[in-house]
Design a protein around this ligand. Sequence first.
Ligand SMILES: [Mg+2]
Length: 209
Amino acid sequence: METPVGPVPLPETAHPRTTEPERALIGNAHREHPLESAMPRPLLFLDVDGPLNPFRAEHADLPDSYVAHPMRPTGWEPPARPLRVRLNPHHGEALLALPYDLVWATTWEEDANTMIGPLLGLPELPVVAFPHVDRFAPGLFFKTRRLVEYAAGRPFAWVDDGITARDITWVRRNHLSDALLHPVDPAIGLWEKDFELLADWPEDMGLVD
Ligand SMILES: [Mg+2]
């Protein structure tokens, strides 16, 4: 499991985007290929612990809709006690209503599809694998390079409690399209305002037809 990361404030700079010339290039590419006019939706990279499972929250502070589940993800064997994972079953429907293609980006990896998704009403989703990474290395968050590589130039949003200003800067410099890196406080999890931001961003950036 991930190392718990403290609450991360959402800085004004949390919306890295490319320069106008880069965006213009992407737009021209679509116009030159009218048969491919359907603009692919942005990706939404989903972390589990923090955004969906607010592991730092006091139980009394969570909405009543959250349900606690004892879980043993792969490798979490006795004598370790099961993890307490708190999930809001309404989040699945809310995520599916967003204008994105959802992708798991979590250390739960395939367990997200078998253990988390069904409790939220989510279908099986693509999973970003994180092989051969040092999850505790200092510096850039271990997921960041991998997600930019996976996106391969496609616009994406990312909700995660591990995002820092360093990741936002790195993505701005290394991803050739728009990206919304949205740090989520693990004491709160995804909230209505987060869904509103995620719903508005693709349209604000001209990323959806
Ligand atoms: Mg997390």
